[in-house]
Design a protein around this ligand. Structure first.
Ligand SMILES: [Cu+2]
Length: 332
């Protein structure tokens, strides 16, 4: 897909009215998240909340209105009125590659596939697997506090409503930021990210993980501060009408008309032990990080090479282990 970023589908205002960008159009909706450059100023644009305790509720509201807009279009085309956004469950090793529907360059009839975006890192479009270090939400789900302490908390620190702040929660770091960064292209830039259709499935998964976190219990609750609950954000609905609603309206997904399959969601570690490098055999030692590449690595069908610097202490420990083992062997 190669949309011209300066062009907008126009909402028909009749012969008399001035043409204004359609707030239910793909381009407009993506700019609500962010758009840099000499774009037309619209108050509804550049609203995404990052590095803040508003990260999760703002994006839930964004998805909610997006879903309504798409559903209205689906119904228009004769589709089911129960249509809902899918989520991309990349922490499941079986789904660690970009979903096939987003990788095929053409539709069955030979026309261009609008879900395919050439700007992505080629390895992602080639079906490369995202590594667990990027996709796992385990660290985030371990936090019991939505806000710090301990930092960074699950959902981020207390900030004002802000487009970009620096109080990222652990879920925003990983998998959220990491998946954005590894897909790259539009996904690597918040001012372009929502133009890539995979954005919506990625954020749907982040929203699901918020629900999964609450389901885990153990003191995991949403903030109770009125500063958070009463904060309002404005979005356009499927008719293009603007609504401003508080965070407190968006905390119970069943009241919003959706739930997530498989909640409580098992963590990747419980679901597929091998993929996390941890066996179920209690005699197996826990894995130990001895080194890491500096950049995320996409695994594809072709060989790749990467430099991994090994921690010196790990080298020394291994040498000691080997020395002890050979000493024991000699005793026999
Ligand atoms: Cu995002």
């Amino acid at each position: 897909m190669g949309p011209d970023h300066t062009g907008f589908r126009q909402r028909d205002q009749g012969a008399a009215g001035p043409a204004t960008p359609d707030p239910t159009s793909w381009e407009y909706l993506s700019a609500v998240h962010g758009r840099s450059g000499p774009a037309l100023p619209h108050t509804a644009w550049n609203q995404c909340q990052h590095g803040s305790w508003y990260f999760l509720p703002w994006h839930r509201m964004y998805l909610f209105y997006f879903e309504q807009i798409i559903r209205a279009e689906v119904v228009n085309e004769g589709g089911p009125d129960g249509w809902a956004l899918p989520f991309w469950d990349y922490s499941n090793p079986a789904h660690a590659a970009l979903p096939p529907a987003f990788r095929q360059t053409t539709m069955p009839d030979g026309s261009a596939n609008p879900l395919f975006v050439t700007e992505r890192v080629p390895a992602a479009n080639a079906g490369g697997q995202l590594p667990p270090s990027i996709t796992s939400a385990d660290d985030a789900l371990d936090f019991t506090g939505f806000i710090p302490p301990p930092a960074p908390g699950f959902g981020g620190g207390i900030t004002m409503a802000s487009h970009f702040f620096t109080a990222h929660g652990q879920l925003e770091f990983t998998p959220h930021n990491d998946v954005h960064a590894v897909i790259n292209g539009w996904m690597g830039d918040p001012d372009m990210a929502a133009l890539d259709p995979i954005f919506w499935l990625h954020h749907c998964n982040i929203d699901r993980l918020w629900a999964a976190w609450l389901e885990k219990g153990g003191g995991r609750v949403n903030p109770s501060e009125t500063q958070w609950l009463d904060q309002t954000f404005a979005f356009h609905d499927e008719n293009g009408a603007q609504e401003s609603r508080p965070v407190s309206d968006f905390l119970d997904t069943s009241q919003l008309g959706y739930t997530y399959e498989g909640i409580p969601a098992p963590t990747a570690a419980e679901e597929v032990p091998a993929a996390r490098g941890r066996g179920t055999d209690p005699a197996m030692p826990d894995p130990e990080m001895v080194g890491a590449s500096e950049q995320p690595l996409m695994l594809t069908g072709t060989p790749v090479s990467v430099d991994v610097s090994i921690d010196r202490r790990a080298v020394e420990a291994r040498a000691r282990d080997r020395a002890e083992a050979s000493a024991k062997a000699l005793d026999l």
